[in-house]
Design a protein around this ligand. Structure first.
Ligand code: MGD
Ligand code: MGD
Ligand code: MO
Length: 760
C-alpha cells in the first residue's frame, strides 16, 4: 500500500529547514516570482504576460478566485499569481517526440513536479489498448474513439465527466449540456473536494450556496475572522484587502492550528512603505486544535446569547427560523468541553467574545481548514448561527465569505456542473434545448471513484485537473482508474493522471487562459465568476502554445457532434464558431445572466450576480427564512500516541502542480516530504528535529495506510496536530473518510502515528 518516492526521477527531495519568517510578500516575493517567470518564459514574454493579468482588457489570473477590485494596480498580480501564469505561459513543450521517448511506465515513475516541468502539451495523443506509449492522433480520430466508447456503454451513467475549476463559464455550460443530452448527471468536480461543505451549509441555512460579501464589504468591516485559511500563500491579494480594512479600523482574528506568516504581517509589494515595514494583520491568534472550530463557535454563540442585549432580536424575529431550538443547544455548551476540543485558553476565547460584541459589521472568511473535516457542514452552519445572532448577514460590511479556490470553480457550479442539479435548473435547460435531462442524481468525486473501482463506471472524461493526484486514497483511486475502458484528459500540462490510464487513453491539449482564442467567428473571450459572484471577461493575448490546440468549447462541441450525431438539435457548430451564441443561451437558462452579452459589453470590469440574502435580506430556503441549526458538537478524538494530520499546500504549489520545492513562509527549502509536528509531541514520540518518519494512517475499519520517509520538523503547530503537504499524503486519506452531508474527503483530519523510517 505504500507510495514510494519515484524511482529514476532526477528531482531530489532533500528538505532543509530554517526559521519561518513572520511576514509575507515584500521584496523576496517579487524576486521569487520574477525568477520563476523568467525561467519558464524569458524576459520579454514575462513582461508582456504579467502586465495583462487581471486587467480589464486582459485575462483572468489562472490562480485563485479572489476578486480583482475596481482600482487595479498596473501589475495586479501577486507572487503566486505570477507563478500560475508562468506555469501556463512557459516556452517548454511536450511534443509527440517526448511521448515516443517516454513510455507510460516511465511517466508513471516520475514525480508530479518533473511531469509539470516538461511544458505545454502540443498534440492530441492516444494510448491504444496494449500499447506502451502514447502516439499522435488526429482530432477526428480522437472524437471517434470517444464516441465509440460512449455509445457502447450499457447506460449513460457508466460515463463520468469531471471538471476542474479553471474551466470557463462557456465551456462548463457546454459540458453539462452535453452530459445531460447524452443522459447522465455524472458531473463530479473539484468542488466536491473543496467548498462542497460550504455550499451544503449555506444553501440550507441562507438559501444561497455562495459568499454574501463584496470586496467593498470587506473594506468596511469592523471585525474579520479568518478561520482555516492561509491567504498569504493561497489568496495573496486578499492580504491587500485585509490591510485596507485594518487601515479603516477593522480588527482581525485568525483561527488556525498554524501561525501563518501572511496573517501575522503583510508587506504590500505595491506600496513603498509596505515593502519596508509591512502591516501587522492579526489582532488575536486563536491557535486551535484541528477540527475544534464547531466547538469554539458553539461556545461563542452561547456567550453571545447570554451576554444580554447582544442578540439582534429584530433580525432574529423578522428573518430567521429555529432560534429557540438552537439557543437551547447553545446554552448546553460547556467551557470544559470547548477547551478540550479546541486546546485554547479561556482568556483567548473571552477576548474573541469581546471583539465580537464590540463589532457591528462582522465577516467570517474560511477555506479548506473548515471544509475538509467529517463535521465540516455543521461547523460552517455554526458560523452562520453566529452571524445570524448578530444580524450580520445582508448588511454592508458583514456576512459570510467562503474563499474559493480555483479561479472559476464558482462559475462552473453556476453553469450547472453539479451532480445534484435542481429541478428548476433542469427544467430551464430542457425547455431551452428541447431535451429531456435525467432527473436522478449523478455521482460526485468519491462516488465516481467507487463506481470505477466496482466496475459500474467505464469511461472517465476530465475537463482539466489532475484527478488521480487530487483525489484521496491514491492507491485505491489509481487502481480504480486503471479499470476504466477509456480515460480522456483535456489538459494544458502533463500530470500524473495521464500516466494512470484506463485500457485506452487520450490526452487532448487545450488552450489556457493566457492563450489567444480565435475561432471561425473571430477572436473570442470567455467569462468567469469570482469568489464574490462578479462575472467578467477573460481574453488571452499570447500566441497559443501550439497550432494543434483546440479550445475547451471547441473540444466539447466536436465531441458532442461525434457522440450525439444527428439526434442532437443543439447548434454545436455555431457554439464553437462564436461563444457569444453560447452566452445567449446561458442568458436564457441561468438566473442572473439575463442580457449576458450586453452586460458584459457595458461592464468591462464585471457585473455582480444577484444574491438574495445580500441584496434584499431574502432567504430562499425551505422555510423561507434564514435557518438556525443545532447539530450536536463534534470534534476528532485522537487515541494516545497518535496525531491528527492535516494535508495542506506549500507556498510553491498550485494544488497538484508543484512550482518548486520551497515553502518560504514556513522556512522549508529544497523538499516536500516534511511533517510539521509540535516539538513536545515529536519528542514524546522519540523524534528529534530532522529525524525521518513513516506516516501511518489508521482508519476506523482497522486498515492502515503508509507514506514513507518524511523529515520530522519541530514546528509551533497546535498540540496533538501535524501538517504535511498534499498530494504526497493523499495516500493516507481513506476513500470512505468524508464529511457528513457534503461527502468531501476529510483530508484535514487524518489520524496518524509516526514510525521510525527504515531509511533513518
Ligand atoms: N498559490 C496557490 N493558491 C491557491 C491554491 C494553491 O494550491 N496554491 N489552491 C487553490 C484552491 S483550489 C483552494 S481550495 C484554496 C485553498 O486555500 P487554503 O484553504 O488556504 O489552503 P490549505 O493549504 O489547504 O490551507 C488550509 C489552512 O487551514 C488551516 N487549518 C487546517 N485544519 C484546520 C482546522 O481544523 N481549523 C482551522 N481553523 N484551521 C485549519 C491550515 O493550517 C491552513 O492554514 O487556495 C487556492 N489558491
Ligand atoms: N489531501 C488533500 N487533497 C486535496 C486537497 C487538500 O487540501 N488535501 N484539496 C482539494 C481541492 S481544494 C481541490 S480544488 C482539488 C484540485 O483538484 P484538480 O482541480 O483536479 O487539480 P489541479 O492540480 O488544480 O489540476 C491541475 C491540472 O489542470 C490542468 N489545467 C490547468 N489549467 C487548465 C486549463 O485552463 N484547462 C484545462 N483543460 N486544464 C488545465 C493541467 O493539466 C494541470 O496539470 O484537490 C483536492 N485534493
Ligand atoms: Mo479547491
Amino acid at each position: 500500500m505504500a507510495t514510494q518516492p519515484p524511482a529514476g526521477d532526477p528531482v531530489q527531495d532533500a528538505p532543509e529547514v530554517t526559521a519561518a519568517p513572520h511576514a509575507a510578500a515584500g521584496l523576496p516575493a517579487v524576486a521569487h516570482s520574477l525568477r520563476i517567470s523568467r525561467q519558464q518564459m524569458g524576459l520579454a514574454r514575462t513582461a508582456r504576460t504579467l502586465l495583462k493579468v487581471n486587467q480589464k482588457d486582459g485575462f483572468d489570473c489562472p490562480g485563485c478566485a479572489w476578486p480583482e477590485g475596481d482600482k487595479r494596480h498596473v501589475a495586479e498580480f501577486c507572487e503566486n499569481g505570477a507563478k500560475a501564469v508562468a506555469e501556463e505561459a512557459t516556452l517548454r513543450r511536450v511534443t509527440p517526440a517526448f511521448f515516443a521517448a517516454h513510455p507510460v511506465a516511465d511517466l508513471a515513475s516520475r514525480s508530479g513536479y518533473w511531469l509539470g516541468q516538461q511544458g505545454r502539451l502540443t498534440h492530441p495523443v492516444y494510448l491504444a489498448e496494449g500499447a506502451d506509449r502514447y502516439e499522435p492522433v488526429t482530432w477526428d480520430q480522437a472524437f471517434r474513439i470517444i464516441a465509440d466508447e460512449l455509445t457502447a456503454l450499457g447506460s449513460p451513467d457508466e460515463a463520468l465527466f469531471y471538471t476542474s475549476g479553471r474551466t470557463s463559464n462557456e465551456a462548463a455550460f457546454l459540458l453539462q449540456l452535453f452530459a445531460r443530452e447524452f443522459g447522465t448527471n455524472n458531473l463530479p468536480d473539484c468542488s466536491n473536494m473543496c467548498h462542497e461543505s460550504s455550499g451544503s451549509a449555506l444553501t440550507e441555512t441562507l438559501g444561497v450556496g455562495k459568499g454574501s460579501v463584496s470586496l467593498d464589504d470587506l473594506h468596511r468591516a469592523d471585525l474579520i475572522i479568518v478561520a482555516g485559511q492561509n491567504p498569504g500563500t493561497n489568496h495573496p491579494r486578499m492580504l491587500s484587502a485585509l490591510e485596507k480594512a485594518k487601515g479603516a479600523g477593522a480588527r482581525i482574528i485568525s483561527v488556525n492550528p498554524l501561525p501563518e506568516a501572511g496573517l501575522e504581517r503583510f508587506k504590500n509589494p505595491q506600496t513603498p512603505q509596505g515593502m519596508l515595514r509591512g502591516t501587522a494583520l492579526t489582532d488575536l491568534f486563536l491557535q486551535i486544535r484541528i477540527g475544534g472550530d464547531q466547538a469554539l463557535f458553539r461556545l461563542l454563540n452561547k456567550l453571545v446569547i447570554e451576554a444580554g442585549g447582544a442578540v439582534d432580536e429584530d433580525f432574529v424575529r423578522t428573518h430567521t427560523h429555529g432560534y429557540e431550538e438552537f439557543a437551547a443547544a447553545a446554552r448546553a455548551a460547556t467551557w470544559e468541553e470547548t477547551l478540550t476540543a479546541t486546546g485554547l485558553e479561556r482568556t483567548d476565547i473571552e477576548r474573541a467574545l469581546r471583539m465580537i460584541l464590540a463589532s457591528r459589521r462582522t465577516i467570517v472568511c474560511w477555506a479548506m481548514g473548515l471544509t475538509q473535516h467529517k463535521h465540516a457542514v455543521p461547523t460552517i452552519r455554526e458560523i452562520v448561527n453566529l452571524l445570524l445572532l448578530r444580524g450580520a448577514v445582508g448588511r454592508p460590511g458583514a456576512g459570510v465569505c467562503p474563499v474559493r479556490g480555483h479561479s472559476n470553480v464558482q462559475g462552473d457550479r453556476t453553469m450547472g456542473i453539479f451532480e445534484r442539479p435542481s429541478a428548476a435548473f433542469l427544467d430551464a435547460l430542457d425547455k431551452e434545448f428541447g431535451i429531456t435531462s435525467p432527473r436522478h442524481h449523478g455521482l460526485d468525486v468519491v462516488r465516481s471513484i467507487q463506481a470505477l473501482r466496482d466496475g459500474r463506471a467505464k469511461v472517465f472524461f476530465a475537463m482539466g485537473g489532475n484527478f488521480v493526484s487530487a483525489s484521496p486514497d491514491t492507491d485505491v483511486t489509481e487502481a480504480a482508474m486503471r479499470r476504466a475502458r477509456l480515460t480522456v484528459h483535456v489538459s494544458t500540462k502533463l500530470n500524473r493522471s495521464h500516466a494512470v490510464t484506463g485500457t485506452r487513453a487520450l490526452i487532448l491539449p487545450t488552450l489556457g487562459r493566457t492563450d489567444r482564442d480565435v475561432q471561425a467567428g473571430g477572436r473570442q473571450v470567455v467569462t468567469v465568476e469570482d469568489s464574490m459572484s462578479l462575472v467578467h471577461a477573460s481574453r488571452g493575448n499570447l500566441p497559443p502554445a501550439s497550432p494543434h490546440l483546440l479550445s475547451e468549447p471547441a473540444i466539447i462541441a466536436r465531441m458532442a457532434r461525434a457522440v450525439l450525431g444527428d439526434a442532437s438539435a443543439t447548434p454545436w457548430e455555431e457554439f464553437e464558431r462564436d461563444y457569444a451564441v453560447i452566452r445567449d443561451r446561458i442568458a436564457r437558462v441561468v438566473p442572473g445572466f439575463e442580457d449576458f452579452n450586453a452586460r458584459l459589453a457595458a461592464h468591462p470590469g464585471g457585473f455582480a450576480l444577484p444574491h438574495a440574502p445580500r441584496d434584499e435580506r431574502r432567504f430562499p430556503t425551505a422555510t423561507g427564512r434564514a435557518n438556525f441549526t443545532a447539530a450536536p458538537v463534534e470534534y476528532p478524538r485522537v487515541p494516545a500516541g497518535r496525531l491528527l494530520l492535516q494535508t495542506l499546500r506549500s507556498h510553491d504549489q498550485y494544488n497538484t502542480t508543484v512550482y518548486g520545492l520551497d515553502d518560504r513562509y514556513r522556512g522549508i527549502k529544497g523538499g516536500r516530504r516534511v511533517v510539521l509536528v509540535h516539538p513536545d509531541d515529536a519528542r514524546a514520540q522519540g523524534f528529534a528535529d530532522g529525524a525521518y518518519a513513516d506516516l501511518v494512517s489508521e482508519w476506523t475499519d482497522g486498515t492502515e495506510r503508509r507514506a514513507p520517509g518524511f523529515r520530522v520538523v519541530h514546528y509551533p503547530t497546535a498540540r496533538g496536530c501535524a501538517a504535511a503537504y498534499y498530494p504526497e499524503t493523499n495516500v493516507l486519506v481513506p476513500l470512505d473518510a468524508t464529511a457528513d452531508i457534503s461527502n468531501t474527503p476529510a483530508s484535514k483530519s487524518v489520524v496518524i502515528r509516526l514510525e521510525q523510517s527504515p531509511a533513518d
